[in-house]
Design a protein. Structure first.
Length: 388
């Protein structure tokens, strides 16, 4: 049955999935609301009926207002894993319609077009519209979630401050475009490195948006830490909870084993090898990105996409009783001795009303204090380089 390419302008949540029966052809065309179908000439009669199950699912999706998710660096490696899972409903829920807006630099638009073709070919029921563009004003228009994945990678011979300066300009422009075009209550989530400081730059330029709506990714580090602890203790990774990454997403980050738990018990009660916890464990987590590049010949992409997805999922879902997750957010200088005005990874909970709270009152011993301070010092240095 020939199906001609559909126009995204025709996408509508008002039409339920249909079953088409006619002549010698009986078939179910899934997601017919997303396609314009031409029936073969030999079909003389065409009975259109509504599949009750599909109708029910469709009605649930239809009740929700579509959420606009903007992803930058959309033709890059992380996005190639991320976009398909967002579109499948793995991030915001399987009943949440989505408008996808994809931003790339002009030379990568052809590649992005290929990604959009593949998204089309998945015929994701939740995807209401896909916009691919090199114009930040178009990409961030009405965005509810701004996922800033794209950034210029560090090249051989490039100093850290050169990288900060190049990406600084990108995040100045994107911060301004978000403030001017996105939804006033949009959330901004930065993955592109150096993600904490890129996030700070975006925040400073997104005039009018609340500081608490800005986040940078340290979930990949949290998941790496949980995985290492689980392997050492010989337990499933789901047994590891309360894992905090403190500070910067860099080799100074501190995976806090002192407050983490395994099957509800302090990690230090389950893993007695303190030397390993203070040494190899921390180093493995801090250096994991480099180890993956060495082994794979390319930076982590699928696991980074998974962590990005998990972060947003954690930020929109009430956190399990007694647990928390790691994300870098604006420090107001009132907790744990963290300096004011940096984007610092901290233990975070999402409340039932969707707001976020930094977990208070965790004990910080001298060992942890030194590690946290070292990472914050690096964040202050980065801030000085970009904001003066
Ligand atoms: P790729 O180089 O594969 O893709 C980046 C994409 O961003 C490219 O397609 C590029 O054209 C695009 N881009 C560059 N400037 C842009 C701009 N101004 N507007 C829109 N798009 C732009 O990198 P990928 O592997 O996808 O990684 C993306 C970023 O994630 C990198 O900065 C990387 O360092 C960072 N990571 C952050 C992690 C974290 O935990 N926070 C972990 C994974 C990853 O290393």
């Amino acid at each position: 049955m020939p199906v001609r390419p559909f126009s995204k302008r025709l996408l509508s949540a008002s039409q339920p999935p249909l079953q088409i029966r006619g002549g010698s052809i009986i078939g179910v065309i899934q997601n017919v609301n997303r396609k314009v179908c031409e029936l073969p000439k030999k079909v003389r009669t065409c009975e259109i009926s509504i599949d009750p199950t599909a109708q029910k699912e469709h009605n649930t999706a239809r009740m929700k207002t579509p959420v606009t998710v903007t992803v930058t660096g959309a033709a890059g490696n992380i996005a190639y894993s991320l976009l398909f899972r967002i579109a499948a409903g793995n991030m915001l829920g399987e009943d949440q319609p989505i408008v996808l807006k994809l931003l790339e630099i002009t030379p990568c638009l052809d590649k992005l077009h290929g990604v959009v073709m593949e998204l089309d070919d998945c015929a994701f029921p939740l995807v209401q519209e896909i916009v691919a563009t090199d114009d930040p004003a178009v990409a961030f228009k009405d965005a509810n979630w701004c996922m800033l994945v794209g950034s210029v990678p560090r090249k051989a011979g490039m100093e850290r401050k050169d990288l900060l300066s190049i990406n600084g300009k990108v995040f100045i422009g994107q911060g301004k475009a978000i403030a001017e075009n996105a939804a006033p209550d949009c959330k901004v989530f930065v993955v592109g490195n150096p993600c904490n400081t890129n996030c700070l730059i975006a925040l400073h330029n997104a005039t009018g948006l609340p500081k608490q709506n800005f986040f940078a990714m340290t979930m990949l580090d949290e998941l790496r830490a949980k995985s290492q602890l689980a392997a050492k203790a010989g337990v499933p990774v789901s047994a590891v909870t309360n894992m905090t990454i403190w500070g910067n997403h860099s080799s100074t980050q501190y995976p806090d084993f002192t407050n983490a738990k395994i099957n509800g018990k302090p990690v230090t009660e389950v893993i007695s090898d303190t030397d390993w916890l203070k040494g190899e464990f921390i180093k493995t987590v801090q250096q994991r990105g480099a180890a993956i590049i060495q082994a794979r010949g390319a930076s982590s992409a699928a696991s980074a996409a998974n962590a990005a997805l998990m972060t947003v999922k954690n930020l929109v879902t009430p956190t399990a009783q007694g647990d928390w997750f790691s994300v870098a957010s604006y420090s107001d200088g009132t907790r744990y001795g963290l300096p004011e005005g940096i984007i610092c990874s901290q233990p975070t909970r999402t409340n039932a009303d969707g707001s976020h709270t930094i977990v208070e009152g965790l004990p910080i011993d001298d060992f942890s204090r030194g590690k946290i301070d070292a990472s914050c010092k690096e964040l202050l240095e980065e801030r000085a380089e970009v904001l003066g």
